[in-house]
Design a protein around this ligand. Structure first.
Ligand code: HEC
Length: 392
């Protein structure tokens, strides 16, 4: 999950799989162009694209087999450091030993496709020292965030010590530890482990608020039920049964206060919806929702998200052959990859060959029980705010 709901989600990156058609005369020319560059230092930016193109068309096997080409690849990798292209090259050419560069990208774009892809490569690497150092460094929060978006269960093993081990804890700011809680909540195992800590009385007080917000919104019913018991939603909780819809519709609200409720962390609307450019782009944008839905439908969409799931926003669970699980919205379904957008806005591009099975969830990703995170009057304020969001 991203650091703050108020933070605008960053623009999508160009991060598409490169084409690799068969070798032809044209590629020979590109290849020659690549060779002539190798001597020149550094690579002029305008030639970089040509070189990447030539190398990619040749493919990893040919490039690794030829020392000159391997050298050219090395230069290209150096020249793209810190960019999404860097990650793409490391992945395409299966280059080892680039963890430091990958960690840079993960820290820079923790919720973007490039950062998530970088984090996946890092978790798959055996360079434990680099990961340990990164999780103790100044970018630890962003790295923890990128790990949470990977769907790779190995992330849990790295994140859990950030909130448990007393020694490690001393080195971590509250921002890092809170991010670790958010990221852990993205894994069933992570959520279960945090509840176990709470049961054992080992969850530190300064993390309880975040843990409560996150664990009360997880998608695993037993864990959610336990969270409700052990870490009930924070202050503002509305535990009285709601009046029937017809009564709710008669109440008057304050749209300006509703706007504040929408942005409040424990309510969480802005963690999944954009309104006029603010919030995270995950669920449908709500900038004109007052034109689309009346007050009655707005109440219903909050009280019972499962009643009518908006087209294109159905949730999917994708099980990978290695046992990992990714949960989110399918945003593209191409020949080679399946792109899944995770809560928090990151896109996880999965190789279809690695997928074991995908199942459409019957329930919405939008959590139930959100009305319980605020007093009744504020629910009405929130609906009046949404109703005021009209097409200009
Ligand atoms: C975890 C992410 C998440 C959170 C948190 C969340 N939503 Fe949603 N919301 C969604 C998704 C995904 C959809 C589309 C699927 C569906 O309709 O159930 C949706 C749908 C909606 C819709 C219907 C939109 C339409 O175009 O029909 C409304 C209204 C809405 N949400 C309001 C809210 C409000 C208000 C809050 C805070 C109280 C909130 N949401 C919190 C993810 C979320």
């Amino acid at each position: 999950m991203s650091q703050g709901a108020e933070k605008k989600s960053s623009a999508p990156l160009q991060f598409q799989r490169l084409l690799r058609p068969t070798f032809s005369m044209k590629h020979l020319w590109l290849l020659l162009a690549a060779f002539t560059i190798v001597a020149a230092e550094p690579i002029p930016p305008e030639r970089l694209a040509t070189m990447i193109d030539a190398l990619t068309r040749l493919g990893p096997e040919k490039v690794h087999a030829n020392p000159k080409l391997a050298e050219a690849l090395g230069k290209v990798i150096d020249a793209t450091r810190g960019t999404p292209q860097f990650v793409q090259l490391i992945r395409e050419f299966v280059v080892k030993g680039q963890e430091t560069g990958l960690l840079e990208v993960a820290a820079k774009f923790p919720s973007d496709e490039a950062g998530v892809a970088a984090a996946q490569l890092i978790l798959a690497s055996t360079n434990r020292a680099a990961i340990t150092a990164a999780l103790a460094g100044t970018n630890a929060a962003a790295i923890a965030q990128s790990f949470g978006n990977t769907g790779d269960k190995r992330a849990v093993g790295w994140l859990l010590p950030l909130i448990t081990n007393a020694n490690v804890q001393l080195n971590h700011s509250i921002a890092v530890r809170k991010q670790a809680v958010r990221s852990l909540a993205q894994f069933q195992e992570g959520a279960a482990q945090m509840l176990a800590l709470e049961r054992a009385g080992k969850l530190s007080d300064d993390l309880k608020f975040t843990a409560s917000v996150e664990l009360n919104a997880v998608r695993w019913p037993e864990l959610k039920a336990e969270a409700l018991k052990r870490l009930p939603p924070p202050a503002g909780q509305n535990d009285k049964p709601l009046p029937p819809l017809i009564e709710l519709l008669k109440m008057k609200g304050d749209a300006r206060n509703g706007e504040k409720v929408f942005a409040r962390e424990e309510v969480g609307c802005a963690k999944c919806h954009v309104v006029n450019g603010r919030g995270i782009d995950f669920g449908p944008a709500l900038s004109e929702i007052g034109t689309k839905l009346g007050r009655d439908a707005l109440f219903e969409s909050i009280l019972d998200p499962n009643a009518g799931i908006s087209f294109g926003y159905e949730a999917w669970t994708v099980e990978m052959k290695n046992g990992d699980e990714v949960f989110g919205l399918v945003v593209s379904d191409a020949a080679v990859d399946l792109a899944v957008k995770l809560q928090g806005g990151a896109v996880n591009r999965l190789k279809k060959a690695d997928i074991a099975k995908r199942t459409q969830s019957k329930v919405s990703i939008m959590p139930t029980g959100l009305a319980q995170t605020m007093p009744l009057q504020e629910l009405v304020d929130l609906v009046d705010y949404l109703a005021s969001l009209k097409k200009k």
